[in-house]
Design a binder for this molecule. Structure first.
Ligand code: ATP
Ligand code: MG
Ligand code: MG
Length: 357
């Protein structure tokens, strides 16, 4: 069969490989770590850095289409690759999502609201930005952050408290965002195919623990109007990017009923793992369908559900979890259960009673 190339070999790559295999595709991954979650399922594992020209050329030579499972792949490498073989989602989406400043400017330019933000490149910038935001804000590295890493929250801060912060944060370009007092956090998984057809899953309500996603609950406890706006914003974003594939969009839901986008991920998303059991077509299959030129499936959800991540030692709960009814457990094949490491997840579905019998 034809081969789909994936840059990155983590759990998202693994789950994409599972969905692709079911549709008859072969999988090749490019991943520097010899042992990685996706390697167990890949037909071919190119062990090379994500920007290694020889590794990328090898991937391009065997792949009908190439995708990526994390957003910090060097854009230049992906653009060079795109000249030889289709790379989806389009490199522009990757570029927009890699830098929090560029991302927010882009979202605002297409009419999507975000937290207010200012670029910070020194302690003096920070002091002045904090003053603009009334002493409160969330300082983040513009690039490379995930699971809340590279962030610092400021509350009622005076400019004298800013000394040394820029160096402490690594001396890299930063962004200060206004501290949003949200009522809840939600996310939407959306997909777009090459013909512009869009499929939007129901919004999930997300709870974080120590900066890491803990649970995603569907349906989210939001009004139909808010659910509609979240879906519309996601569709607007997909169209604006000429997107092909699955995107994850995180929102802050405010008390007054308005929504702000926190960030987007140009890939399948942890808060969409519930789709593998509460929908006929999961986000993983949807992504493979979109990039392979197949018709998208319905994003319809057949059950209410709660997905919970298994972080570090949580994985020891396996015996107890598999003893329960209506739980799907999904482990990523990682052998070392380090603290803060995503080892797997499970989704509890609430099966509707069959009223016809
Ligand atoms: P991810 O693992 O989702 O990629 P990340 O490291 O990119 O995370 P963010 O999503 O930007 O980080 O922030 C992590 C969490 O911190 C958010 O889900 C939210 O709970 C909180 N947070 C982030 N920005 C703000 C803000 N401007 N105001 C209030 N809370 C915020
Ligand atoms: Mg992020
Ligand atoms: Mg986030």
């Amino acid at each position: 069969g034809s081969t789909i190339g994936i840059i990155g070999g983590g759990q998202l790559g693994r789950m994409l490989a599972m969905a692709a295999a079911r549709l008859g595709y072969h999988i090749a991954i490019l991943e520097p770590q010899a042992e990685c979650p996706a390697a167990q399922l890949a037909n071919r594992h190119i062990v090379a850095a994500y920007d290694d020209p020889a590794g990328l050329a090898e991937l391009a030579a065997i792949s009908a289409v190439i995708t990526y499972e994390f957003e910090n792949v060097p854009v230049e490498a992906v653009e060079a690759l795109a000249a030889k073989v289709p790379v989806l989602p389009p490199p522009r989406a990757l570029e927009m999502s890699q830098d929090r400043l560029v991302e927010k400017q882009f979202l605002n330019s297409i009419g999507i609201g975000t937290a207010p933000f200012l670029a910070v490149d020194s302690d003096a910038d920070l002091a002045s930005a904090l003053q603009d935001f009334g002493g409160n804000g969330v300082l983040k590295t513009r690039r490379m952050g995930y699971d809340g890493k590279g962030q610092r929250v400021f509350r009622n801060t005076k400019s004298t408290d800013c000394a040394g912060v820029f160096e402490d944060m690594g001396g890299v370009p930063l962004i200060l965002e206004g501290l949003i007092s949200f009522e809840r956090e939600i996310s939407v998984i959306g997909a777009r195919d090459a013909n512009g057809h869009v499929a939007i899953y129901d919004a999930a309500e997300n709870v974080h623990r120590d900066g890491i996603l803990h649970t995603s609950t569907v349906p989210a406890a939001i009004s139909p109007a808010m659910a509609g706006s979240a879906g519309e914003a996601t569709a607007t974003l997909l169209d604006a990017l000429g997107y092909v594939g699955v995107i994850g969009v995180e929102f802050f839901a405010l008390e007054d009923g308005s929504l702000l986008v926190n960030e987007m991920a140009p890939r399948v998303h942890n808060s969409g793992h519930w789709t593998e059991v509460a929908c006929t077509i999961s986000q993983f299959e949807q992504h493979i369908r979109a990039i392979a030129g197949l018709t998208l499936g319905s994003p319809r959800r057949h059950s209410d559900c709660v997905m919970e991540n298994l972080i570090g030692d949580d994985v020891a709960r396996l015996p107890e979890l598999v003893a329960e009814t209506d739980i799907m457990v999904h482990l990523y094949g990682k052998t070392q259960a380090r603290a803060g490491r995503k080892m797997g997840h499970f989704t509890r579905i609430f099966v509707a009673p069959d009223v016809s019998t």
